[in-house]
Design a protein around this ligand. Structure first.
Ligand code: TYM
Length: 329
């Protein structure tokens, strides 16, 4: 079986961007592949966190994975910090990553502009930790939204560099980006991606938000001048709504355009809001059940970490030996 690994940062709340760009695909992949899914809590430390909030968000994100359909019997689900090998491999890879290539990463440039008061070294080496996440498990495929493509390129470069300098060690992974939903845009500025850390909450929809809030946010979504429902790059607002519709309904853009022929933006928004409300309702119900049993949730995470650790250790021991470290007896 091919190996799949992916993760999300427990910052802000999970949005329909995360769901349609990544999580929904994870669920369909798990029966066919050997899957590992993490909550990347160490990555979240690169921005200032309130410790108690981070702690509860890690559990809440895990529950949202499970509620969305990740099956802990089929897939390995765990918290990144529970498997210390991630930080250890990241250190070795840090010594092989160049300042130049890290400082060229668009996400780093972006984040260091937005968090000017806290441009810490972790923000720069963030993609190296991500490479460690992937390479530890010899993952073949990494399902992500298109914003993570550049980080995956770096992961591939680091794997190849290591393999060349020492000997064949890491599987070189491929990104696995969905055709529809790979990039869900902000509802308030459809030229920017929908982000869970946007300061304007009208810009995103969280997967746990109530029907009233979902309907209100869709109603307020910025659309373009024009009236007909047509996918068109010069009209990013309505195009984004069509993309969300397609990712949820499974219909093609063409089918959606035909369906709304002679109708207007209001009709599209009305139907889209109901699609979201209906699509998210079962996830929300299951989420509430999972959060009602914290001990059960913690047990699932403990079992996941246990399974992951053995696999991670095997790769790390190999790496330590190849670079010349003395094995601990
Ligand atoms: P993160 O937490 O920013 O996002 C989690 C996943 O959601 C996707 N995504 C989107 N997809 C479509 N439209 C959007 N508007 C949108 N916003 C986010 C992201 O592409 C991602 O797949 N660095 C990663 C986390 C990470 C990781 C890894 C991923 C750490 N280690 C190893 C894969 C493998 C991140 O910050 O994702």
């Amino acid at each position: 079986k091919k190996i799949i690994l992916s993760g999300m940062q427990p910052s802000g709340i999970l949005t329909i961007g995360n769901y349609l760009g990544a999580l929904k695909n994870w669920v369909t992949l798990q029966s066919e592949y050997d899957c590992l899914f993490m909550v990347v809590d160490l990555h979240a430390l690169t921005v200032k966190q309130v410790p108690a909030d981070l702690r509860s968000r890690c559990l809440s994100f895990s529950a949202q994975y499970l509620a969305s359909g990740i099956d802990p019997e089929q897939s390995t689900i765990f918290l990144q910090s529970h498997v210390s090998e991630h930080a250890e491999l990241a250190w070795v890879l840090n010594t092989m990553a160049y300042m130049g290539e890290l400082s060229r990463m668009t996400q780093f440039k972006d984040k260091s502009q937005r968090h000017e008061e806290n441009v810490n070294a972790g923000l720069l080496t963030y993609p190296v930790l991500m490479a460690a996440d992937v390479l530890l498990y010899q993952a073949n495929l990494v399902p992500v939204g298109s914003d993570q493509k550049q980080h995956l390129e770096l992961t591939r470069d680091l794997a190849q560099r290591f393999n060349q300098r020492y000997s064949e060690t890491f599987t070189v992974p491929e990104p696995f980006i969905p055709k529809v939903g790979a990039r869900i845009m902000s509802l308030q500025d459809p030229t920017k991606k929908m982000s869970k850390s946007d300061e304007n909450p009208d810009a995103y929809i969280g997967i746990l938000e109530t029907p009233e809030v979902i309907r209100r946010k869709i109603k307020r979504a910025v659309t373009d001048s024009g009236t007909d429902v047509r996918f068109d790059e010069t009209r990013p607002g309505v195009s984004n709504l069509i993309t969300i519709h397609a990712a949820l309904s499974g219909k093609s853009v063409q089918e959606i355009e035909d369906h709304f022929a002679g109708k207007g933006y209001g009709d599209l928004k009305g139907e889209l809001a109901e699609l979201l409300v209906e699509g998210l309702a079962p996830i929300q119900k299951r989420y509430a059940e999972l959060m009602g049993d914290k001990t059960g949730l913690e047990q699932i995470l403990a079992r996941g970490a246990e399974r992951a650790r053995g696999r991670a250790r095997r790769t790390l021991s190999k790496v330590f030996r190849k670079v010349g470290l003395v094995p601990a007896q």
